[in-house]
Design a protein around this ligand. Structure first.
Ligand code: MG
Length: 232
C-alpha cells in the first residue's frame, strides 16, 4: 500500500519538474526512446538488429533527477538499468535533413532508461507495447544537460554506469547503429519535434539488475554530466 506521503511526494515532483535542468529556457515535452541501437546490446538480449530505428515513448511522469530514488514497483521482480546519451531538442522541426539535424539540439545529458525486464519480456512475447515496462514513476533518471556548444563531437562521448561502485556499462557513442543525426531525421519524419523533447538514444551492452539499496552513478565522458541515484 502506497502511503499518502509517498503519493503527495510523487505528485509534487511531477508538478515541479517542468524545466530541463541545465537548459532552463526549455520545458520537458515528449521523451522519445530508441531501442537496440548498439549491436552488442541487441545480442545480449537475443534481439535482432533493427532495419530502422526502433522507437518507443516514456511518460514525463517517470523523470527523476540527481539525488532522487528509483522505486522498484511491486509489479516487477527484475528491474534493469540502461545508461544512455540523452538529447534535448531546442528547435521545432519536421522532416529535418540529416545534415542539419545537430542544429536542432540544445544540449546533451546522461539518462537511465530504467526497464522492468520481466514485464518487457512478456510484452515482447505477446507483441504488446513496452509502455508499462518502461513507464513506471522514477524510471527515467536524467542528469543536468550540457549546452551543445560545449560538446565537440557528440558521437565520441563515453557512457558509463556503475552500481555500488562496480562498473556495469562503459562504451562510446561511436558504437551507435543509428547516429544522432539519423535519429533526429527519422523521428522528425513521424513526429514534429518540439523544443523540450528528449531523445534517449539507446543503451550499450552490459544491462543488469538493480535492487533495493543499490547506489547508482552514471557519467558522460568522465564527469561532463553525472547523475547519482539510489534504489528503494
Ligand atoms: Mg533503452
Amino acid at each position: 500500500m502506497v502511503s499518502q506521503e509517498t503519493k503527495a511526494f510523487f505528485i509534487l515532483r511531477i508538478m515541479d519538474k517542468k524545466n530541463i535542468p541545465g537548459l532552463p529556457h526549455l520545458q520537458f515535452r515528449n521523451i522519445f526512446c530508441i531501442g537496440r541501437n548498439y549491436v552488442e546490446h541487441a545480442k545480449e538480449l537475443n534481439n535482432e538488429v533493427p532495419s530502422q530505428p526502433l522507437v518507443f515513448l516514456k511518460p514525463t511522469s517517470s523523470i527523476i533527477f540527481d539525488g532522487d530514488k528509483i522505486q522498484i514497483p511491486p509489479q516487477s521482480d527484475n528491474v534493469h538499468h540502461e545508461v544512455e546519451l540523452a538529447i534535448a531538442i531546442d528547435k521545432a522541426g519536421k522532416n529535418i535533413p540529416k545534415e542539419e539535424a545537430l542544429e536542432y539540439v540544445g544540449g546533451y545529458g546522461i539518462g537511465i532508461d530504467v526497464t522492468a525486464r520481466d514485464i518487457q519480456q512478456k510484452a515482447k512475447e505477446k507483441g504488446h507495447p513496452w509502455t508499462v515496462a518502461k513507464g513506471f514513476d522514477t524510471f527515467t533518471p536524467l542528469s543536468s544537460f550540457i549546452e551543445k556548444d560545449r560538446i565537440k563531437d557528440p558521437q565520441n562521448l563515453h557512457l558509463q554506469i556503475s552500481v555500488n561502485s562496480e562498473v556495469r556499462q562503459s562504451d562510446s557513442t561511436k558504437l551507435m547503429i543509428y547516429t544522432i543525426a539519423d535519429l533526429i531525421h527519422y523521428l522528425s519524419t513521424i513526429f514534429t519535434l518540439q523544443p523540450g523533447d528528449i531523445i534517449l538514444t539507446g543503451t550499450p551492452k552490459g544491462v543488469s539488475s538493480i535492487t533495493k539499496g543499490d547506489n547508482i552513478e552514471a557519467s558522460l565522458s568522465n564527469g561532463l554530466a553525472t547523475i547519482s541515484v539510489t534504489v528503494e
